[in-house]
Design a protein around this ligand. Structure first.
Ligand SMILES: Cc1ncc(C[n+]2csc(CCOP(=O)(O)OP(=O)(O)O)c2C)c(N)n1
Length: 581
């Protein structure tokens, strides 16, 4: 061993692995979906002191995508990567959707899968059951390889410290992301006396990426000289500490901000906030500052922009090397982490401003942006007013009611797809709303909500779901886990009952087509809608159906009371307008 270690007594490779993970210091939960490959780990967990609150707590999750989503949600609120344990090839396959989401959100986690036993009787732990032949993959890691930063099959228990610490450091270095390890049963079964664990100073991930100082100078010059600059962001708020830095920059130079609401990146009540429609404002901009955003506008044509526009794109990987086709232009692509680049940029801007008198231009822009902001807010209010009494319920009104029910400890896992929840509610607290990951692999929301509640026990967590998304979540699995471990959260189903996103896409491509003319969109209809209350009730939840718009506020208050005071999960099945009727 080339580094300093501490010797920890263990009896098997499985115990050694758990000790190595524990030594990382960040893993509180193992979201587990076990199989015939995990006998040694199950035995090891039964042997080690389960009363120890600092020990890794296994959480049984009967669907792997849900398990990965729980680790995802936990990371969103804690910044600590967790462990997900799945069964060989089938478990890996079921986990893949969650891994695709985590990769697209730069969420680090440790996906660990048993590796189907290799040997056929030569070693303890070798193939022993029929299934061990048919679940073997030539290269199990290939199933997830495109979407993990690193994958590795354990080949010895002697170098576990190096392997596990490497997994941690790679996952936690920028751009962050999930890693995958496979665990052959023979190694988990191997008899050992001890394992060598690293100390915390040997567990440092690489430092964050700081932007090139010359590029930051240039950004400052371009933004100061701009007449109509615009900032556009999508996921800067995954580091909540970056949000006030963006506010500071916007205020220093009176720059309007547009955001895609994957996170709370900029307070929506701020007078410089101009909503979510990038193209509306980007077309007049002479300097566009994209920060922490992958798809800045759509469709990607440059024709909508001014000819003389200067485009800056600040991101950890501004060329988005993991996306095969990506053709957005940038005059200044800058690699860097916004949370450490913005403080430097802001101080350069401040220094440069002290030497100039641009106050008149800034004041004018300030006034213009505030007027625009107020106009936009009035439009949102008008749409709420128009929706308020509509029956079947308009999702805009449901969204407004959810916003009103939020207190300063509420967090929303938002998987509502076409319902515009994030656009309607006021989102001023960084870290209070997390939207579907950029990859959009549905089935994330319930698991994420459970992970968020585990990571932030003091918070009230609401999972807002389309009825389609809700069904993708493996709801029985999620409600089961919430009941088993008493993890209270509220699910609100926006039940419209179609896959409205699929329908809208067809109508967008063929506005006068047969489907649009006949209002028949085959393959999108979700009726008759299941009685989702019963799914939740089967797992001990309080559940109710809401059909009257005026009853939503009381229904929400009652369900949230159950969640907060009884510590019990709840579900509201809100029957919304069917876009087809
Ligand atoms: C795993 C997965 N399968 C299919 C899709 C394609 N898809 C995108 S949105 C959507 C409909 C979601 O329905 P719902 O949650 O009810 O929201 P709505 O579109 O009605 O607002 C579908 C099927 C996807 N994104 N992910």
């Amino acid at each position: 061993m080339i580094r300093k270690t501490t010797t920890v007594p263990v009896m098997t490779g499985a115990e050694a692995l758990l000790q190595q993970i524990k030594a990382l210091g960040s893993v509180r939960y193992m979201f587990a979906n076990t199989g015939t490959d995990h006998g040694p780990l199950i035995e090891a967990m039964a042997r080690t002191a389960k009363e120890d609150p600092t020990d890794i707590q296994p959480i049984v999750v009967p669907h792997e995508q849900a398990a990965v989503s729980m680790a995802h949600g936990y990371y969103n609120v804690t910044r600590k990567p967790q462990m997900v344990l799945v069964h060989t090839l089938p478990g890996t396959a079921n986990a893949l959707g969650g891994i695709i989401n985590a990769a697209s959100s730069n969420v680090p986690l440790f996906l660990m899968a048993g590796r189907t036993p290799i040997t056929e009787g030569e070693l303890r732990g070798g193939k022993s059951q029929n299934i061990h032949w048919r679940q073997e993959s030539r290269d199990q890691g290939s199933v997830v390889r495109e979407f993990v930063k690193w994958d590795y099959e354990v080949r010895s228990n002697q170098n576990l410290a190096a392997v596990v610490s490497r997994a941690y450091k790679i996952a936690m270095s920028e751009p962050r992301g999930p890693v995958y390890m496979t665990l052959p049963r023979e190694w988990l079964c191997e008899a050992l006396e001890s394992t060598e664990v690293l100390s915390s100073e040997d567990l440092e991930p690489a430092t964050k990426i700081q932007a090139d100082p010359a590029a930051l100078e240039k950004i400052a010059d371009w933004l100061i000289a701009a007449e109509q600059p615009l900032i556009v962001t999508k996921y800067l708020g995954r580091n909540p500490e970056a949000v006030p830095l963006l506010v500071e920059l916007a205020e220093l130079l009176a720059i309007p901000v547009v955001q895609q609401l994957n996170y709370v990146n900029f307070p929506t009540d701020h007078p410089f906030y101009l909503g979510t429609q990038t193209t509306t404002y980007a077309k007049n901009a002479d300097v566009l500052f994209f920060v922490d955003i992958d798809v800045p506008w759509e469709p990607p044509s440059r024709d909508i922009l001014r000819n003389d526009v200067k485009i800056i794109h600040l991101e950890r990987d501004p060329l988005f090397t993991s996306i095969p086709g990506w053709g957005f232009p940038a005059d200044l692509p800058v690699a860097g982490c916004s949370e450490i680049a913005l403080p430097v940029l802001n101080s350069i801007v401040r220094e440069k401003l002290a030497k100039r008198t641009a106050e008149r231009m800034l004041e004018e822009r300030r006034r213009k942006t505030e007027t625009e902001h107020n106009k936009m807010m009035r439009q949102v209010d008008a749409s709420i007013e128009a929706a308020k009494q509509q029956k079947p319920i308009n999702p805009i009104w449901l969204s407004k009611c959810i916003g009103d029910a939020m207190d300063d400890k509420t967090i929303i896992a938002n998987e509502t797809v076409t319902s515009k929840l994030a656009e309607v509610i006021r989102l001023n607290r960084p870290g209070s709303q997390f939207n579907t990951p950029p990859a959009g692999h549905l089935g994330w929301g319930l698991g994420a909500a459970i992970g968020m509640k585990l990571g932030a026990p003091e918070a009230t967590v609401i999972a807002a779901e389309g009825d389609g998304s809700y069904m993708f979540c493996a709801p029985t699995a999620c409600h089961f886990t919430a009941q088993k471990y008493r993890i209270p959260f509220l699910t609100v189903v926006f039940n419209n009952p179609v896959w409205n996103a699929s329908l809208n896409a067809a109508r967008g491509l063929y506005p006068d087509g047969m489907a649009a003319r006949t209002r028949n969109f085959p393959g999108t209809d979700l009726s008759p809608s299941p009685n989702f209350e019963l799914t939740a009730q089967a797992c001990g939840a309080y559940a109710a159906r809401v059909e009257e718009p005026s009853e939503i506020p009381d229904a929400l208050a009652k369900a949230l009371k159950v969640v907060r005071e009884e510590g019990r999960q709840a579900l509201l099945n809100v029957i919304c307008k069917n876009p087809l009727t």
